[in-house]
Design a protein around this ligand. Sequence first.
Ligand SMILES: Cc1cc2nc3c(=O)[nH]c(=O)nc-3n(C[C@H](O)[C@H](O)[C@H](O)COP(=O)(O)OP(=O)(O)OC[C@H]3O[C@@H](n4cnc5c(N)ncnc54)[C@H](O)[C@@H]3O)c2cc1C
Length: 391
Amino acid sequence: MARIIVVGSGFAGLSAAARLAKLRHQVTVLERDGEAGGLLLGRPIGGARWAAGPDGVTLPGVFRDLFRKSGRPMDALIAISPAGPRRHVVAGRWPGRGLELDLPFGTRGAQHDAVTTALGSDLWSPWVDELADPWDAVRRTVFEAAHPFGAPAPEVPLADVSLERLVRPVRDARLRRVGAELGWVDQSGPSVLAVWHYVERNFGRWRFDGGSAGLAAALLKRLGERRVTVETGVEVVEPAAASGVVDGVVLADGSVREADLVVWAAGSETSGARTLTAVRLDGAVAADDLVVHGRDVVRGWRSGDDGWVLEAPTGTDPLEVLARHGHDLRPHVTWRESVPAPPAVSDLPLPARSPREGLWLVGAAAAPGAGLEITGMGTAALAAHLGAVPR
Ligand SMILES: Cc1cc2nc3c(=O)[nH]c(=O)nc-3n(C[C@H](O)[C@H](O)[C@H](O)COP(=O)(O)OP(=O)(O)OC[C@H]3O[C@@H](n4cnc5c(N)ncnc54)[C@H](O)[C@@H]3O)c2cc1C
């Protein structure tokens, strides 16, 4: 049996711990905060927790596999149901018309109908079809790989290939904007994240009962069933090592916890050039999942019954951008506060002097900007790589 310390209890830490415990390793999770769950519990803004992103996941198989391979099937612990559509708002430039499109997830037919209604013909579906092979290449070589610390970062296939070289251009300028939305790319920018359109269309988006916090609660229950020790209020400073091989972690109080392997799941915390604005709205109807395209891309998602989080470039007022596009929520705002958003890409939050054997990275620590699905694929790959302890 290997003694494994998992640093951090976000989705990365919880999912790695559940899988490794089922493989008969002795797993301890160390969490700096007073409560386990990381970003699944939301992001603190103005003294409350706000949803860290749109409250839905795609690739439900990743989550089903996690629960099944760590004990009983997912349905025994938490229910999952289809999430609503994402609303895309694209401004029109005179004399062109703007576009407002509720793009549903999960079926080609539903997307075909939505785009045909909005534009008169479906230029979207054949474009998304072309992303099938790129998705397959990225999934196999990057997302489903384990990441030892110190190894060169995996080369992302197609990362330097522009969208216009990857797929035939969409003729409609408004749909081109929608297509470029993921990864903040334009047609000539790096394309690789556009594969997510293919994934969402084919696998749908799903919402857990109780949202992300519900997922955290279900995973913590699973850790209890697997006898994983979860300690909160414990800050890890760095991995401990002897002769270049990790043998534990150093805590903030200077003590050392011994381990055979360390899984670093401490997330990614550098602040970026975008800002999150939490707003409470009085009576206004807003979509659950919204993207306003254009020079100042604004993303918005619901948080609770009357709350909304808006992500926008720092220095841009997201409510003004929305108003410019015909959605003036300002008269309905009863409270607002802004904080810096985490970046899509940042340096690893690991101490620079710790490239050592026996240290594994998962979640945002391995791939800053990774969503829950990529994180789940990464912890599955790590568990498969480390394998089971013989009986
Ligand atoms: C609803 C939702 C939507 C999201 N949407 C997106 C998205 O659209 N795009 C995107 O890129 N990402 C998104 N994310 C974030 C992304 O999914 C995260 O990368 C993912 O949640 C993996 O998190 P993690 O466990 O690596 O990090 P976190 O959830 O941040 O967990 C890290 C944990 O480590 C703890 N920790 C940190 N340092 C220490 C230390 N020194 N000692 C002990 N503990 C420590 C932290 O307190 C925290 O609990 C979303 C997350 C959620 C929950």
